[in-house]
Design a protein around this ligand. Sequence first.
Ligand code: ADP
Ligand code: MG
Length: 506
Amino acid sequence: MADYIATIGLEIHAELKTQTKMFCNSKNDPDEKRPNVNICPVCLGYPGTLPTVNKEAVKHIIRIGLALGGEIADYTEFDRKNYFYPDIPKGYQISQYKSPLVRGGSLNNVAITRVHLEEDTARSIHQGPYSLIDFNRAGIPLMELVTEPVIASAEEASAFAKELQLLLQYLGAGEANMEKGEMRVEANVSISRKSKVESRKLGLKQSFGLIGRTSSGGELVLGTKVEVKNLNSFRAVEKAIAYEIKRQAVILEEGGEVGQETRGWDETKEVTFSQRAKEFSHDYRYFPDPDLPKLILSEIPDLNPNLLKKELPEVPWVRRKRLTEALGVKTEDAEVFVRQRNWGDFFEQVISGFAGNEKLVQTAANYITSDLAGLVKGDRSATFETVDIASKIPPDNFSKLVLMVSEGNISSRGAKDILKMMYEQGGNPEDIAKKSTLLQIGSESELVGIAREVMGKHSSVVLDYKKGKEAALQFLIGAGMKLSGGSANPEALKLTFKKLLSSDGT
Ligand code: ADP
Ligand code: MG
């Protein structure tokens, strides 16, 4: 295995969130359970119907392209990709071939070839001897993103897909839920022998291999690629690629050749299996769709990329960087806030009054990702993913709690108890602390009073301490805590004792 370098290129489809379908007025509702409700003569492919382009979908692709730093084409057109299958009622899928909306760009340091717009196919449901077709999905706007063959491992590939999913969610372009089939990943996998890594220049495309680049900068003759389909989860993406790399290495080890083909992923057996020999683009007889107008973005005011760029929200990697670098949030906490946007938004509201004080920010992050998350996880009426946290605990109250614990008015144990009460019964932390006597005595004068009383009662212990017996201090603190009924702030009390013992002659 060590003798091979893996190369992966991804093709990712994602359904876009729009009111209506790509080329007609039928509703785009991914949650519709009844089959064949959101349909019309256009998406059923009746002869004589005419498609019209959905502007909302075009806008999504432009925004995605802009966020990825790609080049937005001014001129684009739609093509017909011809093939026969029951899920494609027209006998062709409308896609973009020669003139995609977006070229270039990158994500997670992976170069992107193109992003284009097409329509989804109907859903086939295989039931015993029958195959049923649900046309609700036919014609839903679909993004296709293609990467360059530059991904080096299964983990990198799945990280790419995860980041893309987040981006689509941040942009409001789609939920991209893989389990629901809203995002579908196809992985092209090939391996090359390390000994074939050469630095000499070769032509760009060999008979069966592209020239890629190794991490060390050398050029690499890419092996024959295998395309793996039906990857319905990030786990499947990782497992299938890892499996495929091993499978190909074994073939080469045994002196065989990897055949160019399309393989499926068997979720239960965790193996890839041959589906069909690879089809080539000329098989599809692509040609520009004569029913659709060419798109010239500069002629459509609300699709002007320069204006759309100004409206882009903060993207996941920018938020991640801002949280860790500008605010000092720990990497793991920042990752929770980036991935779980509702939690990130709550966190940002909580810290909005902390003026960037790093200690307060970190305390807030810690209480949110560990204690509050723990409460939500233990709450049967809420889920971590969907909970509306601010409606359970107003961010202002959470900020107060963080301030109280940071200032030593409550212990961290007390803060956890108060938080639980805030979550379960509502209310603000100050009232709860007072009512439940969790408020700590932190004021200087009260603590001095307690310390003096203790020192008066235990003068021999005070002497021990002065003679150098460090443990005596612990005894005094214990006595002070007892005297305060457990409500003194132990750290503050310790400091008070130290101060008095070093200055006071008692
Ligand atoms: P095809 O003509 O088969 O569609 P493309 O060149 O369009 O092939 O590439 C399709 C996908 O396959 C892209 O994601 C690309 O990065 C990837 N790819 C191409 N060649 C290889 C290879 N040798 N190994 C791994 N992935 C590859
Ligand atoms: Mg291709």
